[in-house]
Design a protein around this ligand. Structure first.
Ligand code: NAD
Ligand code: USQ
Length: 382
């Protein structure tokens, strides 16, 4: 299948591009490399030393004989995107290419506006490009579990049957996102749902939970292929942050009470979920939503798990409850459905102590690269 991986230089996109290429698909990466620029802006870095995108795809070609084409450019530039569609004629468009940090979107007005423009307009351009050039192309869009927020009822996969004043309907599940970033995903969802309805586009929204880990079988083939690993308080996500904190003997930074519960998945499952979506396309006009996570944990549970694993490796770290920089529920009900991908064949890589140990050992190898000043949160929601 001809597949475009937009955002293919990023944390989820790079291993996905390799995985799909390994499976024999004809993969093209589209990326404007802005993630690397955020690092310059924030004086931050990946714990692992990542090669340039050019070096990455050249090494992949050298090792496997497979070619991954690259277009460096911005989804917000419609002329560029049109050219990519005309030249590549994608059968599936995997869309990872958004500004994905909640704290980054909450820095100030400029960052909130940038995040909205980048994400919402970029996605709208993709919808128009599909309509104009490849109406049969399946859009596989990365959404987020955070679109739903943390309601006091079970979270369904995209839709809920509601009975109101004696009448019934199946309606989009209510959205209560917790940052301007998460809000952009809700706006994307509405735009995609509308485009499916009016133009007959086929789309799958993968409402992904927090991703942890860094390696897949493909990124392990050579150090030049290593994935990025974010740890700073803006782009680092909970579990990966705690592991890097443990590696440098820093207190594990649980925000507030630590009862914040989220769905999590291993990066090895991210790549497989995208493959499953591609192999089982949505029907024409269908807007399908899959909840993409494998297990749920509270942040306190995660910190305690990592504290235990670190101890086994001879590292003593404390769990510290910091004043929460975010405005969010710290104790809440959380029960989300995630059966659609499992029914289609996903076999989850679960979070065992061995899995944690393996990632922690990787963090230990590169711990000298960690800039300690970037570990504590500085962006607040207020
Ligand atoms: P990332 O920042 O590592 O990668 C995103 C990539 O997209 C980067 O390489 C960046 O340069 C590129 N990009 C951004 N805007 C672009 C634009 N306008 N044009 C072209 N390229 C652009 O992020 P990630 O962690 O790989 O996340 C990928 C997607 O998955 C995002 O949409 C994110 O919202 C979603 N997601 C991520 C997680 C997670 O835990 N990492 C969880 C749920 C959902
Ligand atoms: N948290 C801590 N300590 C930390 C970091 C985070 O307690 O050091 C808490 C946060 O307050 C929050 C939870 O952990 O309650 C998750 O935060 P996070 O930074 O790991 O994840 P989040 O901001 O939700 O965003 C990440 C990705 C985003 C994706 C989202 C999936 O950056 O792209 O959409 O996970 S979800 O959380 O399901 O919405």
């Amino acid at each position: 299948m001809r597949i475009i991986v937009a955002g293919g230089d990023g944390f989820c996109g790079w291993p996905t591009a390799l995985y799909l290429s390994e499976k024999g698909h004809d993969v093209t990466i589209v990326d404007n490399l802005v993630r690397r620029k955020y690092d310059e802006e924030l004086n931050s870095n990946s714990v692992t030393p990542i090669a340039s995108l050019e070096e990455r795809v050249a090494k992949w070609n050298e090792l496997t004989g497979k070619e991954i084409k690259v277009y460096e450019g911005d989804l917000n530039h419609y002329d560029f995107l049109s050219l990519v569609f005309k030249q590549e004629r994608p059968e599936a468009f995997v869309h990872f290419a958004e500004q994905r940090s909640a704290p980054y979107s909450m820095i100030d007005r400029e960052h909130a506006v940038y995040t909205h423009q980048n994400n919402v307009i970029g996605n709208l351009n993709v919808l128009y490009a599909i309509k104009e050039f490849e109406p049969d192309c399946h859009l596989i869009k990365l959404g987020t579990m955070g679109e739903y927020g943390q309601p006091n009822i079970d979270i369904e996969e995209g839709y809920i049957e509601v009975e109101h004043k004696g009448r019934k309907d199946v309606l989009p599940f209510p959205k209560q996102p917790g940052s301007f970033y998460h809000l952009t995903k809700v706006h994307d969802t509405d735009n995609i749902m509308f485009a499916c309805k009016i133009w007959g586009i086929r789309a799958t929204d993968l409402n992904q939970g927090v991703v942890y880990g860094l390696n897949t079988e493909e990124t392990l083939k050579d150090p030049v292929l290593v994935n990025r690993l974010d740890y700073d308080a803006i782009f680092g996500t909970a579990l990966n942050r705690f592991l890097t904190q443990a590696a440098i003997g820093h207190d594990l930074t649980v925000y507030g009470a630590g009862g914040q519960t989220r769905g999590y998945l291993n990066i090895k499952d991210t790549v497989r979920c995208v493959e499953i979506a591609a192999e089982n396309p949505a029907d024409k006009g269908e807007f399908r939503v899959f909840n993409q996570f494998t297990e749920s944990f509270s942040v306190l549970e995660l910190a305690q798990k990592i504290q235990g694993v670190a101890k086994e490796l001879g590292i003593d770290v404390e769990v510290s409850n910091l004043e929460n920089p975010r405005v969010e529920k710290e104790e809440h009900y959380y029960n989300a459905v995630n059966t659609a991908l499992i029914d289609l064949g996903l076999e989850p890589h679960l979070l065992t102590d061995d899995v944690l140990k393996e990632i922690l050992e990787y963090c230990l190898e590169y711990k000298d690269r960690i800039i300690v000043d970037n570990v504590l949160p500085q962006v607040t929601w207020k």
